[in-house]
Design a protein around this ligand. Sequence first.
Ligand code: PEP
Length: 250
Amino acid sequence: MRRPIVVGNWKMHGSRADNARLIEELGAQYPPDPAADCVVCPPFVYLQEVGRMLRDTPIHLGAQDVCADNQGAFTGEVSAAMLKDVGCEYAIVGHSERRLLYRESDQLVARKFAAAHSKALIPILCVGEQLSDREAGRTAEVVQRQLDVVLELCGAETLGHGAVAYEPVWAIGTGRNASPEQAQEVHALIRARIGVRDARIAAATRILYGGSVKASNAAELFAMPDVDGGLIGGASLKADEFLAILAAAG
Ligand code: PEP
């Protein structure tokens, strides 16, 4: 049985005051015994402070990215050990904004996954096709390639210690979500691809859907058999929306 998980990716939004308000609102309405895991991923500079605010809540702390290297002359980077040191439990790797805007390759993303896992963070691997890929019928090819590079470098066992987020690029921040059937098709494909290496790990790995998830569409997406929760961008910045999404996951 896979426990659902909802992850809020705050991206480059917020301020100390905004964060405090959001956490207070979430904390005030948070169900005492949530049926889904919940993670929030603030920008790096706010991690420690948000972590402190989350201390008496069941909400977990995650980072939006992690360096592939562990230590050294890497100006501007933040290592997995540092994230662990300030209380992070999760790290997103390979978000499409990083792949596209900062030219992160599949290989670099795989190294980031390995680095996060090596310091006992739970990596959340984002995969997903661009609109042109989908229109050209290349969705499966793209998603499998992104997944295979991590499976090759890290192995199925390590992948199974993390999670996968299917995020079609055309659905991120556009208000146009994948239909439940479109999401299910790709989630099943991801699970089958992991299953080629290890059926037990495939069955246990949590696969999240991300891309314009809102309170109004979360339940139908999460009702799909291979959708184990969501990676939420815009809607994670509004307490009411995020809590409704969390309730739909549970
Ligand atoms: C994301 O940034 O991972 C995301 C899914 O964003 P949004 O929910 O805003 O589409």
